[in-house]
Design a binder for this molecule. Structure first.
Ligand code: ZN
Ligand code: ZN
Length: 368
């Protein structure tokens, strides 16, 4: 069959929307009609070469859809199931999966593209060249074939356009707060960067019962949105001395936690300065591959016993946490509708990414 997909051929070039040949699902693979795909920053990192991947690559790693057909041996889903893609596959059998770190599953090393788990391609362009699939899923496609390890079945009554968001951004933020930092009720937290992930860190801090949520950005509209999502204070990093103001708001101590989403050096250093003795800075934003050092004081790490930790996919267990987050949405406790500030057709993908870079959306979604 054929599918229209967004492909990166060369770093720095726009996404190319083209028709690809798509093979039938093989052993333990699933054919999905993709309904919606979130415009997340990681694909932009790939397009610009800031995150190395094997090209050509059909992009998109946040999405939801409906299972059309399954290959032999599939047990995790059946035709007609509504699903969210997990951008890291979970085999369920490796050491990491068994320890409860399925976000670090051994299959994670395969998300950068290239052939499928069995060494072959399902997508081919008109020249007959094999096209890799980002995170093995390629959600910027009308149709895709994914390993069943990447599939999480959800309740059919959740709109897929909203469900797509928990495939990456919302899960990452939720897990960073709940599992990586383990924020206790009454805590104080700073959030550096209030885009697609940061705004969800803000709302998940509110869910976790944080007493003070200090949101920082340079775009006034994002700070306004952060207040709607639960921020108790907002600061503009361009004009405000973040660390000084945070200390002022916390009896001179500094915040219990800081979450850094922008991966900008100056923001990392401000976040580190804003946490108290014994505080924790959680790095969520993906820094470019050529950024080799962290602008934090090793002496302060020791003398003030600060911690800097990273998190991938918010350390969530997608199969458990994606349905959990959608249950929170259905209970009216997690905002998803309010996150989608614009929708695009697949042909408008480059416009969607230009809007992301310009800071125009909380989350743009491609509706397929
Ligand atoms: Zn993402
Ligand atoms: Zn595994």
């Amino acid at each position: 069959m054929q599918t229209k997909s967004a492909v990166v051929y060369e770093y720095g070039q726009p996404f190319q929307v083209e028709t690809l040949e798509l093979d039938e699902p093989r052993e333990r693979e699933v054919l999905v009609r993709v309904s919606a795909a979130g415009i997340c920053h990681s694909d932009e990192h790939v397009r610009l070469g800031e995150m190395r991947a094997r090209l050509p690559l059909a992009c998109g790693h946040e999405g939801a859809g409906i299972v059309e057909r399954v290959g032999p041996g599939v047990t995790r889903c059946k035709p007609g199931d509504h699903i969210v893609f997990s951008f890291i596959p979970a085999c369920g059998q490796c050491r990491y999966c068994l320890m409860g770190f399925s976000n670090l599953c051994v299959l994670q090393s395969r998300v950068g593209g290239g052939p499928r788990l069995d060494g072959t391609y399902r997508m081919r362009n008109s020249a007959g060249q094999g096209v890799g699939q980002f995170c093995l899923i390629s959600t910027f496609s009308e149709w895709t074939v994914a390993p069943e390890e990447s599939i999480v079945v959800i309740d059919a009554d959740v709109p897929l356009e909203k469900a797509a968001l928990v495939g990456c951004g919302v899960s990452t933020a939720f897990g960073a707060v709940a599992y990586r930092a383990r924020v206790e009720p009454g805590s104080t937290a700073v959030v550096m960067g209030c885009g697609g992930i940061g705004i969800n860190v803000v709302q998940c801090l509110a869910l976790a019962g944080a007493a003070q949520i200090i949101a920082v950005d340079v775009v006034e509209a994002k700070l306004e949105a952060a207040r709607r999502f639960g921020a108790t204070q907002t600061l503009n990093a361009r004009t405000d001395d973040v660390a000084k103001i945070v200390r002022g708001l916390t009896d001179g101590q500094g915040a219990d936690y800081a979450f850094e989403v922008s991966a900008v050096q100056s923001a990392v250093s401000q976040a580190f300065a804003a946490i108290r003795k014994g505080g924790t800075l959680v790095l969520i934003g993906l820094a470019p591959a050529d950024m080799r050092s962290l602008p934090v004081s090793p002496q302060e790490l020791v003398l003030l016993q600060k911690a800097v930790i990273g998190t991938l996919y918010g350390s969530v267990q997608a199969a458990n946490d994606i349905p959990k987050l959608l249950a929170l949405y259905k209970a009216g406790k997690l905002k998803l509708d309010e996150l989608v500030t614009n929708t695009y057709h697949l042909d408008q993908i480059n416009e969607g990414y230009a809007d992301l870079v310009a800071g125009k959306n909380l989350r743009g979604v491609i509706v397929l």
